[in-house]
Design a binder for this molecule. Structure first.
Ligand SMILES: *Cc1c(COP(=O)(O)O)cnc(C)c1O
Length: 459
C-alpha cells in the first residue's frame, strides 16, 4: 500500500465560479479619487477596466461565474495538485501533517496565469489589441505574455530594472511569447523620465513600473491595463486555488488548522485562504491564517493602515490598506521578491479584523527553508514561496515540541527555476539580512498622502 501523497481532482472538478470574500465581510472602506477625496464612481473604474472586471472589483456578490473559454484554458494545468509533504514531515520529525498546494505546474511556473487568462479574455472581449502591465520578479509579466499570446494580442511589460538584470531569462520568456519587456524606470514615459532625471541609476520599484504602465495605457485607447495582484478581482480569480484545495482535503479526510502563504500584493495567499476564511465567516470551522512577508519589505508588520496610492507617481486612486508609503524602495540586496509597498485592501482588512496574522521573515532563513524543502520534496521553490515554507517549518517544529498534531496547509505559489542566480548568491554566502534603512522607512511613511476631505478617524 502506498501512503497517499498527491490528491488529484478531475477536470469536471475545476471550479465553475470565483469566490469574492467581500460578500462575507462588513462593507469595505471606499476607494477614493485623490483629486476630490470622494469615493470613486463606478464609471471612473471603466477608464482602465473592461466592464465585467470593473463589476467584479466593486461587487459584494459571493460568486462570479468563470467564463467557459477561461475554464477551458485552466484545464491545461488545473486542478493543480495538492501534496502531502510526507518526506518533509519526516525530515522535521514533526507530529504535524503538512500539505501544500502547488501552483508551479502552470505553464509559466506560478499562480499568476489564474488571473492573467481571465484579464486577457475580458480585455479582448472589450476590443483591446494590446495589454500593458508592470512586473517585479517577472512571473506576472510572463503570465500576462502567455495570456496575450493565447488571445492573439500583443503585450508590453515594464519590468523593475534590478529584477530585469538579476533575471534575464524571465525577459527572454516574455519575448518568446511575443511581448516587449522594458526595464523600468525607462525613458518611454514621463513617470520614468522624471525618476531617471533625479536618479539615473535608480534600481526601480514596483510602484515606478506601475506608474509607467498606467501612463502608457491612459495615453493609448487601444491598450488595456492589467494588474497582477492586490485588486479585488485579481484575488477573486485566484480563489480557484483554495476551492480546489478544500475539495482535495475533503477527499483526504482532513481540514487545515493553519493556512500559510507568502504575501507580496496578497493574491496567492488570498486565493488559497479566502474560501476557507469565507466558510469560517459563515459559521464553518475556525482556521488560523498566517501571512508571511519579507523583513526587507514589511508592509503588514511595520506599515500603517492609511489611504495611499498603488504606484509611485500617484496615478492610481487611493486605497485604504497597510502601506510603507508609495515612495518606499526595498533594499536592492533583497532577492526574495514580494517587494510591494502596499497590500491588497481585502488582506489588509482581514489582518485589521484579526482574521489573519502577519509575520516577517529574513531572507537567509527563507532560503535555508527552501533548501530543506527541496532536499525532502524535490521541488525547487520560488524565493517568494520560501517565505511560506520557513513559517511552515517553524509551525511544524512547534507542533513537535508541544507534541500536538495539527494540519498545516501552505501555498507553494511557484517554482524557482528562473531564480537560480538567487540560489547561487545564497550558496556563495552573498545574501545578507541587512536591516531596513530606518530613516528611509520613516521618510516614505511620511509621504503617505492625506486625502482631501478623507473620512475622519482614518489615518
Ligand atoms: C507574484 C508572486 C508572489 C507574490 O504575489 P502575491 O500577489 O502576494 O501572491 C508570490 N509567489 C510567486 C511564485 C509569485 O509569482
Amino acid at each position: 500500500m502506498i501512503d497517499p501523497v498527491k490528491i488529484t481532482l478531475t477536470e469536471a472538478e475545476i471550479p465553475r465560479t470565483w469566490y469574492n470574500l467581500a460578500a462575507d465581510l462588513p462593507p469595505m472602506a471606499p476607494v477614493l479619487n485623490p483629486q476630490t477625496g470622494l469615493p470613486l464612481e463606478p464609471d471612473e473604474l471603466l477608464a482602465t477596466m473592461p466592464a465585467p472586471i470593473a463589476a467584479q472589483e466593486t461587487s459584494t456578490e459571493r460568486y462570479f461565474e468563470i467564463p467557459e473559454p477561461v475554464r477551458q484554458i485552466y484545464a491545461q494545468w488545473r486542478p493543480a495538485p495538492l501534496y502531502r509533504a510526507r518526506r518533509l514531515e519526516k525530515a522535521l520529525g514533526t507530529t504535524a501533517k503538512i500539505y501544500y498546494k502547488y501552483e508551479g505546474v502552470a505553464p509559466t511556473g506560478s499562480h499568476k496565469p489564474n488571473t492573467a487568462i481571465p484579464q486577457a479574455f475580458f480585455h479582448r472581449e472589450a476590443g483591446k489589441k494590446l495589454l500593458v502591465t508592470e512586473t517585479g520578479a517577472g512571473q506576472w509579466g510572463s503570465a500576462l505574455a502567455f495570456a496575450a499570446a493565447l488571445f492573439d494580442m500583443s503585450a508590453k511589460v515594464f519590468m523593475v530594472r534590478v529584477s530585469a538584470e538579476q533575471k534575464p531569462y524571465r525577459k527572454i520568456l516574455m519575448e518568446t511569447f511575443g511581448t516587449v519587456c522594458v526595464p523600468s524606470p525607462s525613458t518611454e514615459t514621463e513617470a520614468g523620465r522624471a525618476v531617471l532625471a533625479q536618479d539615473p541609476d535608480c534600481p526601480g520599484s514596483l510602484g515606478i513600473a506601475t506608474s509607467e504602465a498606467l501612463e502608457y495605457a491612459m495615453k493609448n485607447p487601444n491598450v488595456g491595463y492589467t494588474m497582477g495582484s492586490a485588486l479585488n478581482h485579481v484575488l477573486a480569480h485566484q480563489t480557484v486555488i483554495g476551492q480546489e484545495a478544500m475539495l482535495q482535503l475533503e477527499k483526504a479526510g482532513d481540514y487545515p488548522d493553519i493556512i500559510i502563504g507568502c504575501a507580496g500584493g496578497g493574491s496567492n495567499l488570498a486565493g488559497l485562504s479566502f474560501p476557507f476564511l469565507g466558510s469560517r465567516l459563515r459559521g464553518g470551522p475556525r482556521v488560523e491564517i498566517i501571512a508571511v512577508e519579507p523583513a526587507a519589505c514589511p508592509t503588514l508588520t511595520r506599515g500603517r493602515i492609511a489611504y495611499d496610492f498603488g504606484d509611485t507617481s500617484g496615478l492610481t486612486p487611493l486605497f485604504r490598506m497597510h502601506t510603507l508609503g508609495h515612495t518606499f524602495m526595498p533594499p536592492p540586496v533583497h532577492a526574495g521578491g514580494l517587494r510591494a509597498h502596499g497590500i491588497a485592501p481585502l488582506i489588509s482588512r482581514a489582518v485589521e479584523d484579526g482574521l489573519m496574522k502577519p509575520i516577517a521573515m529574513a531572507q537567509t532563513k527563507c532560503f535555508d527553508a527552501a533548501v530543506t524543502f527541496a532536499r525532502a520534496e524535490g521541488i525547487l521553490p520560488a524565493p517568494e514561496s520560501s517565505h511560506a515554507i520557513a513559517a511552515t517549518i517553524d509551525e511544524a517544529i512547534r507542533c513537535r515540541e508541544e507534541g500536538t498534531s495539527q494540519t498545516i496547509l501552505f501555498g507553494l505559489s511557484g517554482h524557482g527555476h528562473f531564480d537560480l542566480s538567487a540560489y547561487q548568491q545564497y550558496f556563495a554566502g552573498a545574501l545578507t539580512d541587512d536591516a531596513l534603512d530606518e530613516e528611509m522607512l520613516q521618510r516614505s511613511l511620511a509621504d503617505i498622502p492625506t486625502p482631501v476631505g478623507a473620512t475622519q478617524g482614518i489615518e
